[in-house]
Design a protein around this ligand. Structure first.
Ligand code: PEP
Length: 252
């Protein structure tokens, strides 16, 4: 029995057009767990409409992969958190390492986005994680704690208790190299300690922490058995409907 509801989120990244999205949704229809786990798909913005329609009748939560921090205005190419909320989107992934690396998203940006997403009654999934170099230098815990502290700046304990933090070691993303369950637990535990230091024990016990980095049906059970791992953020393996179903049904 889990204290915190497990949350398995597929991150499709920049994959699938509307037809492919429809085919995926047809394949998972009627097969998602009704309770005990939250199944989430973070789809490209162009596919979100299909997801929100599907989620009216099916136990699927929806996520955007990014949003801006302003609700509207002259911000060509950005996506409004207000509109995402009006569409019925539940979660927004922020601070993914690909956004930090390729689009120069800073800790300060992530923090502004977290505030905007919460203001618009959605839940941020805040990503953090170290490079291989940082891990080898023994800097993982301090680096990740710094990212978490910066992302949460100015949020109340209630707001932090309700959000999701995804620990994603950069060296394990899309590489087939998974952190061992013990390595993942160690950092997820450290993140919970960090939240406890910054807020309090109740908030730390409530916040959900995902592990991400080459999660697949074969390793999800072992990862989810760890006490501070409450879910997975899954890239590659979430693109296939059978794999996604196996992941969200990890308890069976
Ligand atoms: C991700 O996209 O956040 C991710 C962890 O990717 P993958 O599962 O493919 O490593």
């Amino acid at each position: 029995m889990f204290m915190r509801t497990p949350i398995i989120a597929g991150n499709w990244k920049m994959n699938k057009n509307p037809e492919q999205t429809q085919a995926f949704l047809e394949a998972i229809k009627g097969k998602l767990p009704e309770s005990g786990v939250e199944a989430v798909i973070a789809a490209p913005a162009v596919d979100l409409n299909a997801l929100t329609w599907f989620s009216k009748d099916e136990p699927l939560k929806t996520a955007a992969q990014n949003s801006y921090w302003e609700d509207e205005g002259a911000f060509t190419g950005e996506t409004s958190p207000k509109v995402l909320s009006e569409m019925g989107i539940d979660y927004v992934v922020i601070g993914h390492s690909e956004r930090r690396e390729y689009f120069h998203e800073t800790d300060e940006d992530v923090n502004k986005k977290a505030h905007a997403i919460i203001k618009n009654r959605m839940t941020p999934i805040i990503c953090c994680g170290e490079t291989l170099e940082q891990r080898e230098a023994g800097d993982t815990n301090s680096w990740v704690a710094g990212q978490v502290e910066a992302a949460l700046k100015g949020l109340t304990d209630e707001e932090v208790g309700n959000l999701v933090i995804a620990y994603e070691p950069i060296w394990a993303i899309g590489t087939g190299k998974t952190a061992s369950a013990d390595q993942a637990q160690e950092v997820c535990g450290h993140i919970r300690e960090t939240v406890k230091k910054l807020y309090n024990e109740g908030t730390a016990e409530k916040v959900r922490i995902q592990y991400g980095g080459s999660v697949k049906p074969a390793n999800v059970k072992e990862l989810m058995a760890k006490k501070d791992i409450d879910g997975g953020l899954v890239g590659g393996a979430s693109l296939d409907p059978e794999d996604f179903l196996a992941l969200v049904n990890f308890q069976n």
